[in-house]
Design a protein around this ligand. Structure first.
Ligand SMILES: Cc1cc2nc3c(=O)[nH]c(=O)nc-3n(C[C@H](O)[C@H](O)[C@H](O)COP(=O)(O)OP(=O)(O)OC[C@H]3O[C@@H](n4cnc5c(N)ncnc54)[C@H](O)[C@@H]3O)c2cc1C
Length: 442
């Protein structure tokens, strides 16, 4: 008998269970709620949406909409139920969260190849297994995962700096340079883009930062002092002294603005975030400001007045492994062939991205058990690009990533339209064609 254990009945675990069960694998799905709760879930239902009821854009020329279109082609269980329980939300796909979770729970419980057990798993079991225990993985299992992955390869807290789309940075202001003209960098002028501040610009920026609205931390985050001190947000640093940032992440030492020939009063440094060079993260700029406020305040940075953000800064408890060192894009653990990871614990972000990684893990665990070759989804599809990103990003500073066009391989320069919308349309068409080609194998 071909059997598979799945730990965690969230978005990833439920999708993985369905995909494997539909391929005649007997699945035991462990969900610890309601026996043991997480600090954020409030019900005993599978696939509970713990925050927003929006699953993001439904438009095929948006990154999240493209991912949905791909998952519909792949017969995603979670997306089918989302479509069944959709509520009006303009171009977005939002769901009636109670019906959504209730229908998923009922269908999983009734599936002839799935046994749903309400039980906390405290250690990684032997035999074929998918770990999909999410950002709030219970402590005992988290410690066992840390033991498996090695110290330092499992993160418990997440302080994320925003990411900017490269073509929205004003390069007549931002300049490429490394501190003290350090050599050995991949770009001849240095690997960093620097946004230079005059004293007046710095003062205005700090004032806006201090006045901006922050997201309230949840109780469980506030209670843990280590969480807060370990990843100080810029707005808290600024509160400790007007010049704290100028001596910290915004220090200008070793840099000279080519426009003035002088050292700026302060700088914000941007570091390339993906291989294609289409995304840059703001170095040391973890923040917990409200997203609308981040957009407003960060656009005061010289060179970022028209910045488009592919990810905003965030602080929350988040358990995720260092996937670039540990997983293949098939979601298989590199040093244990019958073990797979799926969902937020792999560093994929967003409800639908997490369901997607569950689909990849579920299909591949079933293929392993059926003695078939594992499937890697093409990197020009949004699903393939997400799996590729989380398994190939820089492991030194690995941070979670959601679906966005910046992670796709660039379009052929000679064919790439100038307008952003046209470019996105072309990315989407290329992705859906690639997914269409691989479908007969799935
Ligand atoms: C506070 C907070 C707010 C968020 N808000 C959003 C948002 O608005 N939009 C968004 O897209 N994403 C949001 N996220 C990220 C969100 O968690 C993921 O997008 C999605 O829920 C992840 O799916 P998952 O299946 O990986 O994990 P989950 O959906 O969390 O599922 C994991 C499941 O595993 C169970 N489990 C854990 N440990 C064990 C164990 N040892 N044994 C058995 N079962 C176990 C849990 O009870 C849970 O049901 C938020 C995360 C947090 C922490």
């Amino acid at each position: 008998m071909l059997s598979l254990t799945i730990i965690g009945g969230g978005l990833a675990g439920s999708e993985a269970a369905w995909q494997a069960a539909e391929r005649s694998i007997d699945v035991t799905l462990y969900e610890m709620r309601p026996i043991r709760n997480t600090p954020a879930h409030t019900t005993d239902q599978l696939a509970e949406l713990i925050c927003s009821n929006s699953l993001g854009s439904n438009l095929p020329d948006r990154a999240s909409g493209l991912l949905k279109a791909e998952l519909r082609l792949l017969n995603s269980f979670i997306l089918r139920i989302a479509d069944e329980t959709a509520v009006p939300a303009g171009g977005a796909l939002a769901v009636d969260r109670e019906r959504f979770a209730q229908i998923i729970t009922e269908r999983i419980a009734q599936h002839p190849h799935i046994e749903l057990r309400r039980e906390e798993v405290k250690s990684i079991p032997p035999g074929p297994c998918i770990i999909a225990s999410g950002p709030l993985t219970a402590d005992d299992l988290a410690h066992d995962i840390a033991h498996l992955t090695g110290q330092g390869q499992l993160y418990f807290y997440d302080a994320i700096a925003p990411i900017v789309e490269a073509d929205s940075i004003d390069l007549t202001i931002a300049f490429r340079q490394s501190r003290y003209g350090k050599t050995g960098e991949s770009e001849p002028d240095g690997d960093y883009l620097n946004c230079p501040f005059t004293k007046e610009e710095y003062d205005t920026f700090i004032e806006a930062l201090l006045a901006a609205e922050r997201i309230e931390l949840r109780d469980f985050e506030r209670e843990d002092a280590k969480f807060f001190e370990g990843c100080l947000p810029i707005e808290i640093m600024a509160k400790r002294g007007h010049d704290s940032l100028a001596y910290g992440p915004m220090k200008p030492i070793g840099l000279r603005d080519p426009r003035t020939g002088k050292r700026p009063h302060a700088v914000v440094q941007l570091r390339q975030d993906n291989l294609a060079g289409t995304l840059y993260n703001i170095v040391g700029f973890q923040t917990n400001l409200k997203w609308s406020e981040q957009k407003r305040v960060l656009r005061l940075i010289p060179g970022l007045a028209k910045a488009e953000f592919s990810r905003y800064g965030m602080l929350h408890r988040n358990t995720f492994i260092n996937s670039p060192l540990l997983l293949n894009p098939t979601m298989q653990f590199r040093t244990r062939a019958d073990l797979f990871f799926a969902g937020q614990i792999t560093g994929v972000e967003g409800y639908i991205g997490n369901a997607g990684s569950g689909l990849v893990a579920g299909i591949n665990a079933a293929r392993l058990l059926n003695n078939e070759a594992l499937l890697e989804f093409p990197p020009m599809t949004m699903l393939g690009a997400l799996c590729y990103y989380v398994t190939h990003a820089d492991p030194k500073d690995f941070q979670p990533m959601k679906a966005n066009y910046g992670i796709l391989p660039p379009l052929d320069a000679s064919q790439s339209p100038r307008g952003k919308r046209d470019r996105f349309r072309m990315f989407s068409q290329r992705a859906l064609n690639a997914m269409g080609e691989i479908l007969p194998l799935v």
